[in-house]
Design a protein around this ligand. Structure first.
Ligand SMILES: [Zn+2]
Length: 376
């Protein structure tokens, strides 16, 4: 029987980042606690599984041995100036006890999810502790030390799966894009706040891949203030046709919740309804989904968004049923409906006007640059 696997271990919370760093490793456990309290974590075909740490062999399929050695030394409390060369010991990627232990476990979780999908054991795998999409082969960046997303997608690709990786974190998926930039077996699609106004400063529409990968890297930079309806328009007009044309065996999804209105590090105005709706649209392709967490610096909002994401991944998101006119079929208690979804957040007229104007130009450019590579 194929299962839906929530991949988590309390050990993932044993190595917290320093308090000065906004990346909070308790978010996955908080999402899990919400789901447990609502009776939605496990049951029927839904299981929870603890990940093993990623092996050195798997890590070296993306990361350099020199960088891995440095990160292990950092884990032991050793620090030398050479580490700055690897982006270690900076404000964004501080040195802390357990940095290696946390990172290899988060990677092991995404790799395990990918392996289960390749083996046909899982139709859905969700690693809320992953989504570390800014890590490069020999460089830490943006709170990310080891890139579990790349390792997960690579595991799928080695299992002869063609993959569409969609990244809905507010930051551009620079590390993942770079890893697959010249390949056509893993398509990367990133929706993110425009790089001119947010880290890491990349992800422009002109970045479309190179060589055999030309047309297989897609970037949709979004203006500040982007609201739900505009975001979903981008997904429907660009993302869905590309997935359809590519015809993947597996979908991978990075669910950063730093797109949500009120996130302290970014400037979009989304509600978590978008996350559930995007997952609903992906599920309609009928393919296995490997999902990870990601950013999200309002801890409570992020935990609730990931709890909602798990229900949506499992096809149990009541809001979507209600929206489709099937209201209530999944409801078992009166307070479940709308309990995880945010209230609708209507944009102001001025916001709508300025976002629409910029977004329409962007979507036209992406279609012009990328669609012809896929017969669209
Ligand atoms: Zn982010």
């Amino acid at each position: 029987m194929t299962q839906k696997a929530f991949i988590y271990s309390p050990e993932l919370e044993a190595y917290p980042y320093p308090p000065s760093c906004p990346f909070n490793t308790s978010r996955a456990g908080k999402a899990r606690a919400i789901l447990t309290s609502m009776g939605l974590l496990i049951g029927d075909d839904k299981i929870e599984v603890a990940p093993p740490p990623a092996t050195r062999e798997v890590l070296e399929t993306f990361h350099t041995p020199e960088y891995l050695d440095a990160l292990e030394r950092l884990n032991r409390g050793e620090y030398d100036s050479e580490m700055l060369y690897f982006g270690l010991g900076t404000g964004d990627c501080p040195a802390f006890k357990g940095v290696w232990d946390y990172s290899v476990l988060a990677c092991g979780a995404s790799v395990l999810g990918a392996e289960w999908i390749v083996q046909g054991k899982a139709s859905v795998a969700f690693n809320p502790s992953g989504g570390l999409h800014h890590a490069f082969p020999d460089r830490a960046a943006g709170f990310c030390y080891l890139n579990d997303v790349v390792l997960g997608c690579e595991t799928l690709a080695k299992g002869n799966k063609r993959v569409v990786f969609l990244d809905i974190d507010v930051h551009h998926t620079d590390g993942v894009q770079a890893a697959f930039y010249d390949r056509n077996d893993v398509m990367t699609i990133s929706l993110h706040q425009d790089g001119r106004t947010l880290f890491p400063g990349t992800g422009f529409v002109e970045e479309i891949g190179e060589g055999e990968g030309k047309g297989y890297a897609i970037n949709i930079p979004l203006p500040m203030g982007t609201y739900d309806e505009a975001y979903l328009r981008a997904v429907r007009q660009v993302v869905l046709p590309l997935i359809h044309a590519f015809g993947p065996d597996v979908l991978a999804l990075e669910i950063g919740a730093d797109t949500l209105s009120g996130d302290p590090l970014a400037n979009l105005s989304l509600t978590n309804n978008v996350i559930a709706d995007v997952i609903g649209l992906l599920r309609a392709f009928g393919k296995p989904i490997l999902a990870t967490g990601g950013g999200g610096y309002h801890v409570d909002n992020t935990a609730r968004a990931w709890a909602l994401a798990w229900t949506a991944l499992c096809g149990e998101d009541a809001g979507a049923d209600a929206a489709a006119g099937l209201g209530g079929v999944m409801l078992e208690t009166a307070d479940w409906h709308g309990g995880l979804r945010d209230r609708v957040l209507a944009p102001s007229e001025a916001q709508k006007c300025s976002v629409d104007q910029i977004l329409n130009i962007t979507l036209d450019s992406v279609k012009k640059l990328v669609f012809p590579h896929h017969g669209l």
